[in-house]
Every structure is written in C-alpha cells, then in structure tokens.
Design a protein around this ligand. Sequence first.
Ligand SMILES: [Ca+2]
Ligand SMILES: [Ca+2]
Ligand SMILES: [Ca+2]
Ligand SMILES: [Ca+2]
Length: 269
Amino acid sequence: MNSPPCGGTLHQQYVNGDDANHLRGGPFFNPAPPPPRVGAWYLRNSNSKGPGQIAFRYGNGTDVPVTCDWDRNGSSTPGVFRGGAWYLRNSNTGGNGEISLRYGDPGDKPLCGDWDGNGSKTIGVYRPSNATFYLRNSNTSGKADIAFRYGDIKDVPVVGDWNNDKKTTVGVRRGDVFYLRNSNTAGKADIAFAYGNYGDIPVAGDWDGNGTDTVGVRRGDVFYLRNTNTKGNANIAFAYGNYGDTPLIGDWDRNGTDTIGVWRSEVIR
Ligand SMILES: [Ca+2]
Ligand SMILES: [Ca+2]
Ligand SMILES: [Ca+2]
Ligand SMILES: [Ca+2]
C-alpha cells in the first residue's frame, strides 16, 4: 500500500499542487519525478483542541480516505478509495490493507453506513456527476443494493442516523444548507436547515453519544460541531490539524461517541 505510486494522477497533483511554477519553464520543460506521497492519519478521541492521540500512515497520498467499522467490533478504522478500488483496514495502525474490493467509479465519493439497520456498516458511493447514491449492504465487490438520486449536481454528500432508528441515511449540503433524509430513497428532505458558511466542509457524527448523528463543518483548521440538526451556533468549536487536511469522523475508541481526525497527503521523507 505504501509503495511509491506512479502515473498520471500523481503527476497532475504535482503540477497543480507542489510545483506549479515549473510549468513556466516552457513547453519543453521536463519536470523531475514527483515525490512519493503517503496518507497520514491523525485521530483524536475527544472533540477538543490538542495533539493527535493516534497517528499512522496508511495508503497513498492520492487516495480518498474513508473511515468505518468494517468488522462490526465497534471501532472505526481506515479505508482508502482509489479510483473504484477499496483497501480496508481493521485497526488504526499503519500496515497493509486487510480487505480489498472494487465498488464504484473514479470520481465517486466513498461513504459508509448501516443502510439496512442490521448492525453492520458497509460501503457506498455518491456519484457527483449524476447526484446518485449507490449503497451496498456488504463489504464486498458487486452491484449496488440501493441506488437513488438525491440532491443536485455539485451538492456535497453527508450520511448519518438523523432520527436514531439505527439506519444510516443520506443527506447533502448545498451552499450553507443541509438537506437530510430519513430513508434511503429519492424524495424531498425530511430536515433542512442552514449551518455554517459557503465553502465549509460538512461532517456528521454522534458527538454527544445520544444515538443521533448531527452535523458539523470544518472551516480552515477549525471544526464547528452541532448537537442538533437545526439552525444555530456551534455547540463545540476547536482547531485541529492543518489547513487543507481532509476531516475524518469515527468512534476510534469504541466509547459510543464520534470524534474527529484529519487525513493529510504527506511527502515521504
Ligand atoms: Ca447494514
Ligand atoms: Ca436513521
Ligand atoms: Ca448525538
Ligand atoms: Ca469515541
């Protein structure tokens, strides 16, 4: 998993992110090979400011991270989505993927939840190009068990158990408004409210351990978490990680409360 990746995707990232000035060298400029990147995971067991309590590297720096309780032991652990391939790990440690499967297409956003309420959390994807959720009830390759359109193109997906019925269902954020639905079907939002600012990254989790997932946003390096799915101010706000990190949410320590983490693409040194 940690071997140096290669190919067009990484080159693109290098050109766009690391050394765009090299493009000014002209059409014949041949850039040096991009430095290999890994995915660095920094997880914290409380929703508060402070150092990461769990830190490890897993996957490549061009992967899309996803976290879930893959093996139903109560602990959220990492997975990476790489253009339709998933590599899942059952502990919050560096190492090789323990489960690999194929599901979804490049460009999809990986998701995880207990879509059918049977106690097992499983994979899903949101496809931005057609605003469609494709959910699967096992962590295996195969076709979607549930597929439906919800929201609009350019919406950002969020998933959670908004009504404490043990089923994870979908939602989207559009502008500064969350549109949450209590069933995994097409239809109108059951809950809609504004929270945060345009451009915030939406998250969802059970911050207070009461069984209901509620929303939050990450803005810059600050998490703003709310304990009800309603309009209002953040109940919890704290800085964690760096600007540009990808937020992570999970119950890393199996205490029934979801807390934050961040994922960062790091150059191997
Ligand atoms: Ca399930
Ligand atoms: Ca639910
Ligand atoms: Ca809650
Ligand atoms: Ca926890």
